[in-house]
Design a binder for this molecule. Structure first.
Ligand code: FES
Ligand code: FES
Length: 137
């Protein structure tokens, strides 16, 4: 995380606890969400890393980012990058997660503003947007 923020200027990855508890520092390492505060840069050498800055595409925000915006899934926004990185990983594994699955998955992501209700709604909507039903269904 220090490398990401201090050397590469990717400050969207936040430092909360720095002890692997809050999830503010979540990134994708080879496609899976991990808490970057406990990943040594040298151990990620050659790995595929994606931070919150890399989620949006040429067409705009990632569907999960848009869902957080549209469903008011943030208050101060400090936990939001980590929540979104975690949520994208969940939605890739479970295209239509239940509320219980979302809450269980996000147990490692702490929101000090405690706006969990809207976060859960955002994740469910974001997962649906990532996996739209085929036309005609
Ligand atoms: Fe990494 Fe809190 S800063 S889990
Ligand atoms: Fe403030 Fe989660 S929105 S910490």
């Amino acid at each position: 995380m220090e490398l990401l923020r201090e050397r590469l200027g990717l400050t969207g990855t936040h430092i909360g606890c720095d002890t692997s508890q809050c999830g503010a520092c979540m990134i994708h390492l080879n496609g899976a969400s991990v808490k970057s505060c406990t990943v040594l840069a040298v151990s990620a050498d050659g790995a595929d890393l994606v931070t919150i800055e890399g989620l949006a595409g040429p067409e705009g925000l990632h569907p999960m980012q848009r869902a957080f915006h549209e469903h008011h899934g943030l208050q101060c926004g400090f936990c939001t990058p980590g929540m979104i990185m975690s949520a994208v990983d969940l939605a890739r594994r479970h295209p239509a997660p239940t509320e219980g699955q979302v809450r269980a998955w996000l147990v490692g992501n702490i929101c000090r503003c405690t706006g969990y209700q809207n976060i859960v709604a955002s994740v469910i909507a974001g997962a649906a947007a990532m996996h739209p039903a085929p036309a005609g269904e």
